[in-house]
Design a protein around this ligand. Structure first.
Ligand code: FES
Length: 111
């Protein structure tokens, strides 16, 4: 099967769509597909993985336009995987889910 990964964003890198061929069987989730791509095509792709059980939501991505928890969502042929919100992109599918930096600064400046 093929997946498309919307990449870029780190240090002003151009945002682009890269297609990858992955095995039809043996990859149970979007996260496992991203790991396959990292191990077999490009180790520099950005993705996040922690609990692997759908508990922490650190791996959240937008898949075919819908927000999904990557580690427990099946990967499907033709799937387009992108960051949950492009304006929060750190790199590839990794986003900054912390509070806005301006707020963090004002908290520390006031305190
Ligand atoms: S890694 Fe924790 S929910 Fe996916």
């Amino acid at each position: 099967m093929r997946i498309t990964l919307v990449r870029g964003g780190a240090d002003g890198a151009e945002v682009r769509q890269d297609e990858y061929e992955i095995p039809d069987e043996g990859l149970a989730s979007i996260s496992s597909a991203l790991q396959y791509v990292a191990r077999n095509y490009d180790g520099s792709i950005g993705y996040y993985l922690s609990c692997r059980r759908g508990m922490c939501a650190c791996c959240v991505v937008r898949a075919n336009g819908k927000i999904e928890t990557a580690c427990v969502t099946p990967v499907t042929d033709g799937m387009v995987i992108e960051p949950v919100k492009a304006t929060l992109r750190v790199k590839d599918t990794v986003v900054d889910l912390s509070m806005a930096r301006e707020n963090q600064f004002s908290f520390t400046a006031e305190g």
